[in-house]
Design a protein around this ligand. Sequence first.
Ligand code: SF4
Length: 336
Amino acid sequence: MNAHLSVQPLVPAWQTELAKAFTNITDLLDFLNLQPEGLPLSDQAIQNFSMRVPVGFANCMEKGNPNDPLLKQVLPVSDELNTFPDFINDPVGDLEAAKLGGIIHKYHGRILLITTGGCAINCRYCFRRNFPYADLQMNKTRLSLVLQYLHDNPDISEVILSGGDPLLLNDNRLGQLVEKISQFHHIQRIRIHSRIPIVLPSRITPQLLEIFSRIPQQIIMVLHCNHGNEISPEVITACSLLKQHQILLFNQAVLLKDVNDQAEQLIALSEKLFANNIIPYYLHLLDKATGTGHFDVKTSRAISIMNEVKANLPGYLVPKLVREIPGESSKTGVFF
Ligand code: SF4
């Protein structure tokens, strides 16, 4: 064998890393030098929505700090068991809008595909934490329905890959999906919504970048980063590789109580994103999914936080504060 030929491992490094993610509270707390006593932990919360935290993301947490803003996003706690009448299983009306299984066509000219139900991290505030993925995620039959739908609807110019996290698909499946979509000339952009470059940056491999560079359409990646501490040196490298491959990077964050509901945290996040060529695009008010009530920030407080952010940053670093209202033809602006 030619010693200069590089041999791909059977299992890519990012998948090995994913397999080592923390899936139980004890291991995560040990890693962080934290004692369970005094923490409002809940096994029932894990049964309702499993726990998954990549080691790299845990590495960005402050050891010994039970109030770490990254830990708060992933720790299953008893507050998740509280119920409120306005917190429901499908807060943004995805199921109502879903066509033919995996296609969500809510907005003019764009369709969103549920590519997979899996994520590299399970965020406790997730608006799709109660989503019936098995009924909607992509498979062979649904892919042919998607292609037929694109054929029948030439006014669609953008396809959004969502999930779960589309970058959790292996290179084969993701490559086939984007190549098939890219064959339609009326598709001008493929947009990928992913938290993976932030929580599992090793997924941004040369093989993945090569898939994207074969696609003639513009690729846009909307990242999901809620706090500046999530942006590690590895994340910076991954984002720089994406940028070098002409992928436009935007960020959407969710405003979360006790995670990023201080103006200085949002200011630091915007500064850090922009320093790494990522546009801080949206800040979402929480979508009211069952089990997430303890993350809610009231709209009046959100506006007052944003006034402070606006007073301290140039306009292009101030994300749009938006909420999603089921049935509306776009996100609803709350503060610009
Ligand atoms: S990565 Fe996104 S879809 Fe997955 S759990 Fe987190 S918020 Fe939900």
